[in-house]
Design a protein around this ligand. Structure first.
Ligand code: HEC
Length: 492
């Protein structure tokens, strides 16, 4: 739905924000406000609709270039000119090659290069120079790199956020005129550039045939793929390759044992198209293998752990498609790595209060700016036995009205440990966050999940060019329903 909007209305809401800050020469104290506005506009559904695939970002380059041509004075000329004008010695001025490139290489270009998820090729110095004001706005507001967790909660592997010092370097470089400097004097690469993705792919499991979603506003479809291994084994990493990223709203890979093969076949035969309709889940008992939501990158599971899969199992890909007025075709696949043995067996554990999805269990009243739920649950409730557990990753899922969310451990002794805190929920940048230090759960420890929603007129998604009118909203899988769902990768 939102993506359809991105097609038809690529340029609302953000154009004024960025045209405020395109000229280096015009940086004033009001920059603070500009950045705040960038932030605010991202928090609502409006920006979400703009930022998605379908060309929503393309206007940005146009605005930046146009504004540069029309409004900026000579300070905005080529880097060579500003270098010549500079009175400071070359060693004093910050340069792209020495000071900025190492930061972008470590924190940006993984997404911002040809063929990757983000617009613009930031491996190209001229592109960085041309877009430097937009870069400053994006990093200062911390909208880029996308990294929603609060800085003071806990540490994660692959944290792609920038330090305040790195933000200051980029801002100062632009302020000083954006000198490129000498390529021969390139700064040292930053250590531990975060890596994403799957280090090895053993199997590609693809939907058997292409699918054209037709149901509106949402199409939930399950696709069945035979598990290829003949022995019991463990999945140690998984990556989703969305066939048509403009259509795929979320995807969950389930695995179901051979005992459910007949039931699955009956479901598949219900209609003539590939797969079967499946709202909410695969309709047979199944565990989770992985979840793809916008912003997730997927990749290796925590070292020495894996999710067991028996031979004869079926992988069921549940895909939630957005409305498809353009008749796009999807054929999504997953890639997995496997091992015959792992040190610790793991699984993905959804976490929510079952009371929330009982009828009338959760209602977010129309107009409520800060409706909040909070509940602490004992793992025994989900897992049924009482062995100590290790929490490796933590993720949180809400829909478009979400404004904040938090997951924490409440120890039996009353102390509290933050696992994940999302102070400014952004539906399009969700993910599972790998804890730098996995946490042990002992008997009596509980995990608290908290969610907050903003159901005022200011925080509604835009559909067909108009903001949705706030309405009482309940738990459900539809885009306009809401959820408060934790997901943990746990091992014993
Ligand atoms: C994980 C992938 C990813 C990383 C890492 C990343 N970006 Fe982005 N960036 C995107 C995507 C995707 C978009 C398109 C807009 C959106 O979806 O929010 C984007 C958009 C932008 C924009 C356009 C304006 C905006 O805010 O949408 C700028 C500028 C930008 N990125 C700069 C950067 C810089 C600078 C870095 C590194 C410091 C960076 N990005 C790191 C994925 C990424």
């Amino acid at each position: 739905m939102l993506r359809r909007l991105a097609q038809s209305e690529p340029s609302r809401a953000r154009a004024p924000v960025l045209s405020d800050c395109v000229c280096a020469a015009e940086r004033t104290p009001s920059d603070e406000r500009t950045m705040t506005r960038v932030d605010e506009s991202r928090a609502g559904g409006r920006t979400v609709a703009l930022a998605r695939p379908g060309g929503g970002w393309r206007w940005l380059a146009a605005v930046v270039l146009l504004a540069g041509a029309a409004g900026c004075n000579s300070d905005d000329a080529s880097p060579a000119t500003s270098e010549a004008d500079s009175t400071a010695g070359p060693s004093d001025a910050l340069t792209y090659f020495r000071d900025v490139k190492p930061i972008l290489d470590a924190k940006c270009v993984q997404c911002h290069q040809v063929g990757s998820v983000g617009p613009f090729d930031f491996t190209d110095p001229d592109t960085v120079f041309e877009l430097r004001e937009a870069v400053v706005a994006a990093v200062s507001s911390r909208s880029m790199p996308p990294w929603p967790p609060a800085q003071d909660c806990t540490e994660y592997l692959g944290d792609r956020s920038l330090s305040s010092e790195q933000i200051d370097v980029i801002a100062a470089w632009v302020e000083e005129g954006g000198e490129l400097g000498d390529p021969a004097q390139e700064g040292e690469a930053l250590p531990e550039a975060p890596t994403y993705g799957l280090s090895r792919s053993d199997h590609t499991l693809e939907m058997e045939s292409p699918y054209v979603p037709t149901a509106a506003p949402d199409d939930y479809r399950c696709f069945v793929i035979d598990w290829p291994e003949a022995e019991s084994s463990f999945v140690t990493g998984l990556r989703f390759n969305a066939g048509e990223p403009r259509l795929v709203h979320h995807a969950i890979a389930y695995v179901t044992g051979p005992e459910n093969a007949d039931a699955i076949e009956a479901l598949e035969n219900a209609d003539a198209q590939g797969g079967y309709d499946c709202f909410g889940g695969p309709e047979v008992p199944a565990g989770w293998l992985g979840v793809w939501v916008p912003g997730a990158v997927g990749g290796d599971f925590p070292v020495d752990t894996g999710v067991r899969v028996e031979p004869g199992s079926k992988v069921v890909l549940q895909i939630h498609y957005a409305a498809n007025p353009s008749g796009w075709v999807d054929q999504t696949s997953i890639e997995v790595s496997t091992e015959a043995q792992v040190e610790r067996e793991a699984w993905i554990q959804p976490w929510m209060d079952p009371a929330w999805f009982a009828p009338e269990g959760l209602t977010i009243p129309a107009g409520d700016p800060a409706m909040r739920v909070s509940t602490a649950l004992d793992p025994v409730f989900f897992i049924g036995d009482s062995e100590p557990l290790t929490v490796h990753t933590a993720g949180l899922h809400m829909h478009l009205l979400g404004s904040q969310g938090r997951l924490s451990i409440e120890r039996a002794d009353g102390s509290e440990e933050c696992l994940l805190d999302i102070p400014d929920w952004d539906f399009y940048w969700q993910g599972a966050y790998a804890l730098a230090e996995p946490r042990e759960l002992q008997l009596g420890d509980r995990i608290r999940i908290e969610c907050q929603w903003d159901n005022t007129a200011e925080n509604q998604p835009i559909i067909d060019g108009a903001a949705v009118t706030p309405a009482d909203t309940v738990w459900g899988e539809g885009t306009l329903d809401e959820m408060c769902l934790g997901a943990f990768y746990l091992s014993k």
